[in-house]
Design a protein around this ligand. Structure first.
Ligand SMILES: NC(=O)c1ccc[n+]([C@@H]2O[C@H](COP(=O)([O-])OP(=O)(O)OC[C@H]3O[C@@H](n4cnc5c(N)ncnc54)[C@H](OP(=O)(O)O)[C@@H]3O)[C@@H](O)[C@H]2O)c1
Length: 325
């Protein structure tokens, strides 16, 4: 297969290109080349998608295209150049309007599409609506298409630093501050499993919309998969909120943790349709160990979340308050 990856220089799109090459496919990565290098063996075709597409793209005769864009005009320009191939569009579970509902394709209500380009650094809430607009473009204009809506993508190379916080935390001893309800459901998907599946979807020219998610599990099981014998102090969300600890991401956060019940559905989607369509999931413990190996090997690996000092302060404050762990 001759595969066009719109991206290819960072995390998921780079892993897709790398895995397609390992399966013997010919891979062209079209992007600016600013975020990193493309995998060895791939051809880099420089294209800033704010500009019209280079001729090599329109005359490229691709069998399949993988696109990870968030920007409707970029997707439109990609389709203007290559609409006769099978497209796999990487969307997000953020297209669903109700984070309390585990929904899924055809069931979960979507945001209204936002077909205009919005600067997501200024208006991050436009992410889901823009992805809805991108999905609609791909589904209406590509020769055939798969839309994949991933949940939280984790593993080696993760630029977000969220799951990496937990992988890193369990490389250190001491009492671990664990957020919220231990039974709260979460799910993560290893970037390598997601990438392998996306290559399969392109090979199969599979048509449809699928969530790309891992097995739902309790937060306690997620942490236990990383460190079965770690000592955890579970602290409720009211205490965390009162003490200025943020959910999900950022320097003041306990990453991956989400306020409940507002986000009960966000990381609780069914992986079954994806498993039926060829997704193979590795155990979370393996993802955690490999993330720790990546952290050791790459000093530039990003971690987000509270510091070790802040964690111990919070555990102390929780204990003084008379909390039960
Ligand atoms: N991380 C998560 O947990 C999560 C969850 C759900 C869904 N997702 C989705 O998963 C995908 C992740 O993709 P990713 O890991 O490959 O990261 P990404 O940040 O979405 O990748 C961006 C790619 O697009 C290229 N690009 C950016 N601006 C460009 C421009 N103006 N012109 C041409 N190319 C441009 C970049 O290359 P250059 O900068 O080198 O040009 C890079 O290769 C995204 O679709 C995201 O929405 C992520």
């Amino acid at each position: 297969m001759r595969l066009l990856v719109l991206g290819g220089t960072v995390f998921l799109s780079r892993e897709i290109a790398a895995q397609a090459l390992r399966r013997g496919h010919e891979v062209v990565c079209a992007c600016r080349g600013e975020s990193g290098g493309v995998p060895e063996g791939a051809t880099l075709l420089r294209w800033d998608r704010g500009q019209s597409a280079p001729d090599e793209l329109t005359t490229g005769s691709f069998d399949a295209v993988v696109d990870v864009s968030r920007v409707p005009s970029h997707v439109r320009r990609g389709l203007d150049a290559v609409s006769d191939a099978h497209w796999v569009f990487v969307s997000t579970i953020s297209v669903y309007a109700d984070d309390a509902d585990p929904g899924g394709p055809g069931v979960g209500v979507l945001h209204e599409p936002s077909a205009d380009d919005v600067d997501l650094r200024v208006s991050p809430a436009a992410y889901g609506p823009m992805k809805v607009a991108c999905e609609e473009l791909v589904l209406s204009r590509a020769a055939s298409a798969t839309v994949v809506r991933p949940g939280l993508i984790v593993g080696p190379g993760d630029p977000s630093g969220r799951f990496t916080y937990w992988a890193d935390r369990f490389t250190r001893d001491g009492e671990v501050l664990a957020p919220g309800d231990p039974a709260a459901v979460v799910q993560v998907i290893d970037v390598r499993d997601l990438a392998a599946w996306i290559v399969t979807l392109a090979e199969d020219r599979r048509v449809g919309v699928l969530d790309g998610v891992g097995q739902p599990m309790s937060f306690a099981d997620l942490l236990r998969a990383c460190a079965p014998s770690a000592s955890l102090t579970w602290v409720d969300q009211e205490f965390l909120g009162d003490h200025g600890v943020e959910p999900w991401t950022g320097p003041d956060s306990l990453p991956v943790w989400l306020p409940r019940p507002a986000y009960d559905g966000m990381l609780a989607h069914s992986p079954q349709p994806a498993l039926d369509a060829g997704l193979v999931l590795r155990p979370v413990g393996e993802t955690c160990r490999d993330t720790q190996a990546w952290l050791r090997a790459d000093p530039a690996a990003r971690i987000t979340g509270i510091t070790a000092e802040r964690e111990q302060e919070l555990i102390g404050a929780w204990g003084r308050r008379g909390g039960v762990s």
